[in-house]
Design a protein around this ligand. Structure first.
Ligand code: KG4
Ligand code: ZN
Length: 340
């Protein structure tokens, strides 16, 4: 089966063509990503209307480029998998309406995909044969922090999530106060490598609660209070605060996720979302799994598949396939997990 994936939930515009054979072996033909990050870097954050305006310009060229690189014509595509939520309404509409138009013109069926599930399925692009159920998925992105249990494809249970800021959102907001470039996450990681986490004491909220929920706004407020006391040209303090922030975030993510792995006897642990590109988080998980003597395999997507991309949407669409007539698909910015 040949799938065209389309992803436009935030500031990226991405299209991917991948082929999956009967043994579920995946061959990625193309994964084109166009980002309007440069525009947002100047404003210190995403301005939704600017993002959507850029996306209307690039969506068709990006799809054409993905088809061309894959050496496929549109009539060789079997299904279109498109992100229909959550995300920015204007951005989502660009992808969804483009998919609907192609479907109307060609008769190719559409699989609507939840962007958050896409982040976890990014791991299947390269490891579909190795991943075993039940699995625990930790989504850590700019907009979301969620823990999910996947018993099998199509059997997804939400365990918990953040009450307020997402992990990436907190990093980006702290980064902005420290005058780091946008988005702050990768720059905090870079600074943290040179810093000492013991010089600034910051809270790791909800570290000891027995649920699977998170909260990062208290940490953000505490970090900002410390940043206001320092000179922003004092590189050592910036590095030390970055190290403390990174440690506070990773500590609580690792602790709660490992509790979930134990509780549900997970065979695989899958990270996904932009923050899973963070090396300290990855290494922290490896150490904790080793120290706890757990029989769980950790999977983290390759860096290019951690952040938003259409290949993960195509894979998630394939494994959780529910074709819907184009007339019945609508962008849903507030889409979450079915919590019933
Ligand atoms: O998944 P993503 O591309 O977009 C959303 O769906 O939100 O995630 C973007 C987030 C940003 O908050 C960014 O700062 C963070 O991922 N991020 C990182 C790293 N690379 C990206 N955070 C920490 N360390 C990194 N290396
Ligand atoms: Zn995302």
């Amino acid at each position: 089966m040949v799938i065209l994936g389309i992803e436009t939930s935030c500031d990226e515009t991405s299209a991917s063509v991948l082929e999956i054979n009967k043994d579920n072996k995946i061959k990625l033909h193309s994964n084109i990503i166009s980002s309007s990050m440069d525009i947002h870097a100047n404003s210190g954050g995403i301005i939704p209307e600017n993002a959507a305006r850029e996306q209307t310009k690039v969506i068709i060229p990006v799809i054409n480029q993905a088809l061309k690189k894959a050496n496929k014509k549109i009539n060789e595509i079997d299904k279109i998998a498109v992100t229909y939520g959550p995300g920015l309404i204007g951005s989502l509409l660009v992808g969804v309406e483009t998919a609907k138009t192609i479907s109307l013109a060609t008769g190719i069926e559409i699989i609507p995909v939840n962007h958050l599930i896409g982040h976890i399925y990014a791991n299947f692009i390269e490891n579909s044969e190795k991943i075993k159920f039940p699995l625990i998925g930790l989504i850590v992105s700019g907009g979301h922090t969620d823990l999910i249990l996947i018993k099998s494809h199509n059997e997804i249970e939400w365990l918990g999530g953040t009450f307020d800021d997402a992990a990436g959102e907190a990093l980006d907001k702290i980064g902005r106060v420290m005058k780091l470039p946008y988005p702050g996450g990768p720059y905090i990681e870079k600074a943290a490598k040179l810093g000492n986490p013991n010089n600034f004491k910051l809270p790791s909220p909800l570290l000891h609660t027995k649920d699977f929920n998170f909260s990062f706004s208290g940490l953000k407020a505490a970090a900002i209070r410390e940043i206001e006391k320092i000179n922003l040209n004092d590189e050592k303090s910036i590095n030390d605060i970055s190290a403390s922030v990174q440690e506070a975030v990773t500590k609580v993510l690792i602790k709660k996720t490992i509790i979930a792995v134990k509780k549900y006897n997970a065979k695989s642990l899958l990270l996904g979302g932009g923050v899973s590109a963070n090396q300290a988080l990855r290494i922290g998980f490896e150490q904790e799994i080793y120290n706890s003597d757990l029989n769980v395999s950790l999977f983290v997507p390759e860096k290019q598949f951690c952040t938003d991309n259409a290949a993960m949407i195509a894979v998630a669409g394939y494994f959780n396939s529910n074709e819907v007539n184009w007339k019945d698909i609508n962008a849903d910015p507030g889409l979450y997990f079915d919590l019933t």
